[in-house]
Design a binder for this molecule. Structure first.
Ligand code: XIL
Length: 370
């Protein structure tokens, strides 16, 4: 027995040939079984990361649904909690689509940020409000009733609200009042007086004392007059004991944004001591509306660098305790509001039209890590 070989060389070679296809097949099987990347935005983010979402895409597009569920731990209601959706007729409330988002988020332990309670923009005002002709007391009653009913419906479920959206003028930093450009004034300020902002926060707080309440606006990174006026507004509210918890910096920016001004804005906002939410981030590659533009490598690289800069600067400039998180406005280029709203070609988001990560997704990830 001792001298007998277990395997002759000939048999060994045969065996190798027999087993080779099996080995190749088993490796391939592994690749197919684990195609998903194990790194996601939320897995590396030291603060909540989110997107503004819409319930119809959640219900109809599996790629969209999957991407939101895997990448994010916070969602903002893009349109369905705006005034015209929630109260299309006076005192007739419709929370059905807000509830769709809430139930999706609840099942996944995601934070929900409610957007928004009070906005001057006619895009979100129902006709009955635009045409309302009551006296001051009647205006106050409809304003109070709207805020209280909406916040009370989601009491204990919606973590935070944009209570007042975009109340400050671009040209001189004053509170919007009379129309500057048609449609640009505020129906709320005109009918309720300048202190409507403070009362909106008070009514929201009474309806849900645990909800965090934000003032949300745009332009901090390019308009220093507006930035300073916003800071004066929120510090004034805070000093009077109005229940404001944070500031939303929308950040609808583009690849040419001044990084120096962005950083100054973040520093000034953080100095208020309030929570800071980058609340509506998207980075346009076609701010000049070039109809012949292609989404070439140079633009992708600039966008990737800008995503990284914004995320990294937020992470390293805003004190940890004030980092409420970063939210992009929409999920992928197919559902971005930019191309439709501004009628131009653009690709502003970290995911493409099939919800696959783009180059700038890596910029976002690197910003979170560095
Ligand atoms: C936008 C939505 O994304 C669009 O679908 C809608 O047609 C108009 O409003 N600032 C805001 C958001 O605070 O509410 C806006 O959302 C984008 C700009």
């Amino acid at each position: 027995m001792r001298g007998q070989k277990l395997l002759s060389p000939k048999l060994a070679i045969r065996l190798i040939f027999l087993l080779l296809p099996l080995a190749v097949w088993s490796c391939k099987k592994k690749e197919v079984a684990n195609p998903a990347p194990d790194v996601t935005l939320k897995s590396v983010a030291p603060f909540p990361v989110g997107a503004a979402i819409n319930p119809w895409l959640l219900k109809s597009n599996f790629n969209y649904y999957g991407r939101v569920a895997t990448e994010y731990n916070s969602v903002t209601t893009e349109n369905v909690l705006k005034f015209d959706f929630v109260e299309p007729q006076q005192n007739q409330f419709d929370f059905s689509e807000g509830d769709t988002i809430l139930n999706f988020a609840k099942a996944r332990h995601m934070r929900v940020h409610g957007h928004n309670l009070i906005w001057h923009n006619a895009l979100a005002l129902p006709d009955w409000v635009i045409n309302f002709s009551g006296n001051t007391a009647a205006w106050e009653a409809l304003f109070k009733n709207h805020i209280e009913t909406e916040v009370a419906h989601y009491k204990g479920q919606i973590a935070s609200w944009d209570v007042v959206n975009e109340a400050i003028r671009d040209d001189n930093g004053a509170i919007r009042n009379l129309d500057v450009n048609p449609g640009d004034g505020s129906i709320w300020r005109r009918n309720l007086g300048p202190d409507y902002i403070a009362r909106a926060f008070q009514y929201a707080h009474e309806a849900d004392p645990n909800a965090l309440l934000f003032y949300n606006d745009y332009g901090q990174e390019w308009n220093s007059i507006k930035l300073d006026s916003m800071i004066a507004l929120v510090t004034g509210l805070k000093a009077r004991g109005v229940p404001i918890s944070g500031i939303g910096m929308q950040c609808h920016i583009d690849i040419n944004m001044s990084q120096a001004n962005f950083k100054i804005a973040l520093q000034k906002l953080a100095a208020t001591g309030l929570l800071i939410h980058i609340s509506e981030l998207d980075i346009s590659v076609n701010p000049g509306n070039d109809p012949n533009i292609t989404y070439n490598y140079t633009l992708q690289l600039q966008q990737t660098n800008m995503y990284q800069y914004v995320v990294q600067t937020y992470k390293n400039t805003v004190p940890k305790a004030q980092q409420y998180g970063i939210t992009t406005w929409n999920v992928g280029d197919a559902d971005s509001w930019i191309p439709g709203f501004f009628k131009r070609k653009d690709w502003p988001l970290p995911f493409d039209s099939l919800y696959r990560p783009k180059n700038c997704y890596n910029g976002y990830l690197n910003g979170l890590k560095n």
